[in-house]
Design a protein around this ligand. Structure first.
Ligand code: NDP
Ligand code: 2IT
Length: 445
């Protein structure tokens, strides 16, 4: 890491004790920015690096609600409004028992650079709660969402902060959140949340966007090698929103997804994942991945172990942070995998990234690969602002064009700053420069 940046990183460690994921995300970005410090002293002079590491605003609140047994439950809610130089804060809400300030800050920090990289007018933020939706009834989820929004509503708005989904937050939760926002404010302010349903202000393709965008990015990597997805063996981790639509797009483009997972284990299905069955198990029944194996005689369920043990040409981690470690990376490389593209946020550990680089496996980071989700959220905001709605085809074409642009920007910037072919350097530097220039223009605020 550049000398000037080492001091900043040390300060981040001191000021944010115990927030391991946040430290990891900051370190990864600062590691890439050495050539920028050398080339553009104006950023350090205006303390842009230090300002970027300190969220503009952090909100932590109590979320009380009553469960189906009549018991009062207490969760903790978060919204970290990280940087608004490029537009209103934008980023998802995560409901998962592991959520604490360090996870929300890592995600909010990543979101600044990801959103910048899309070229769209959106700042970076993230929120969520340690609420665990697993095993909760619709009524419990609704009451939780209503209580969460009863505090959050005062901090958000179409020109202020625009949340969306993430782990544990999909169409059902966005519906309950929007309903409560509308009730409290007495405003049908469509642009306050994205990921809405199609009949009440949502955009075509938003549901599919992160998974589709991930695969569009991989297609671009392959196109550069004069190759395509046709006939490729792909392993996807997770079986949630991002995973399901990544699987669908790989299949549409002629690849075969031979394995996917959830937190209880993974399934191997050499004939290719049956997407209709997977969606029924995960989206309709909200069941465990074992239910898939029970209904597909040729599929094999593995509980424990790592989905990355399954040999593949392309690996798409689409579940959660730090789910692919150095050992997994070595296994993938040994089995002939040539591309690891992050559908999730920071799923590869730093050791995994190093191992992949040494083995010559192409690594594409989440802030570039999964940016199609938030980019399509920005398209949803555009449609809401103009009270328009576009067709599926038009919106998917826009998404594909945005992903091509991000891929191109990563490679051009990596070249320009002396790391040809390094997608991480390209994404971090390109994302940084756009937001840093805006911060310089807006003064010390
Ligand atoms: P979902 O809640 O729809 O699915 C999450 C999937 O990951 C589930 O299969 C879940 O398994 C698994 N998972 C979650 N946490 C863990 C864990 N701690 N250990 C093992 N498996 C886990 O979330 P999304 O698909 O929306 O999000 C997946 C990833 O993609 C996240 O990193 C998210 O930040 C990122 N992302 C999402 C975007 C979006 O538009 N939704 C946009 C950009 C990035 P189980 O059901 O067993 O918990
Ligand atoms: O990590 C992400 O980019 C998301 N969860 C999507 C954010 C959004 O505002 O659509």
């Amino acid at each position: 890491m550049d000398e000037k940046l080492v001091d900043i990183y040390d300060e981040v460690l001191q000021r944010n004790p115990g927030e391991q994921e946040f430290h990891q995300a900051v370190q990864e970005v600062l590691n890439s920015l050495g050539p920028v410090v050398a080339k553009h002293p104006q950023y350090a002079d205006a303390a842009v690096f230090r300002r970027l590491c300190e969220p503009e605003r952090q909100i932590i609140f109590r979320v009380p609600w009553v469960d189906d047994e009549g018991q009062v439950q207490i969760n903790r809610g978060f919204r970290v409004e990280f940087n608004s130089a490029l537009g209103p804060y934008k980023g998802g809400l995560r409901f998962h028992p592991s959520v604490y300030l360090g996870i929300v800050k890592f995600l909010g920090f990543e979101q600044i650079f990801k959103n910048s990289l899309t070229g769209m007018p959106i700042g970076g933020g993230k929120g969520g709660s340690d609420f665990d939706p697993k095993g909760r009834s619709d009524g419990e989820v609704m009451r939780f969402c209503q209580s969460f929004m009863t505090e959050l509503y005062r901090h958000i708005g179409e020109y202020t902060d625009v949340p969306a989904g993430d782990i544990g937050v999909g169409g059902r939760e966005i519906g309950y959140l929007f309903g409560q926002y509308k009730r409290i404010t007495n405003r049908y302010e469509s642009g306050v949340l994205t990921g809405k349903g199609l009949s009440w202000g949502g955009s075509q393709v938003r549901t599919e966007a992160t998974g589709y965008g991930t695969v569009f990015f991989v297609e671009e990597i392959l196109r550069d090698r004069k190759d395509s997805l046709d006939g490729k063996r792909v392993v996807v981790s997770g079986s949630g929103n991002v995973a399901v639509y990544a699987i669908q797009k790989v299949q549409q483009l002629g690849g075969t997804v031979v394995a996917c997972s959830d937190s209880s284990g993974y399934v191997v299905d050499e004939a290719g994942i049956d997407l209709a069955l997977l969606r029924d198990v995960k989206e309709v029944r909200r069941a465990r991945i074992s239910a898939y194996a029970e209904e597909r005689p040729d599929a094999r369920l593995v509980e424990g172990g790592s989905v990355w043990d399954v040999p593949c040409d392309i690996a798409l981690p689409c579940a959660t942070q730090n789910e692919l470690n150095g050992k997994d990376a070595a296994t993938l490389a040994r089995n002939g995998c040539t591309i690891v593209a992050e559908g999730a946020n920071m799923p590869c550990t730093p050791e995994a990234v190093d191992v992949l680089a040494e083995a010559g496996v192409t690594f594409a980071p989440g802030k570039a690969v999964n940016a199609g989700g938030v980019a399509t959220s920005a398209l949803e905001m555009q449609q809401n602002a103009s009270r328009d709605s576009w067709t599926f085809q038009h919106t998917e074409d826009r998404l594909a064009e945005i992903m091509r642009g991000i891929h191109e920007r990563c490679l051009t910037t990596a070249d320009e700053y002396g790391s040809p072919g390094d997608y991480s350097a390209g994404a971090n530097i390109s994302g940084f420069i756009r937001v840093a220039d805006a911060m310089l223009a807006l003064g010390v605020v």
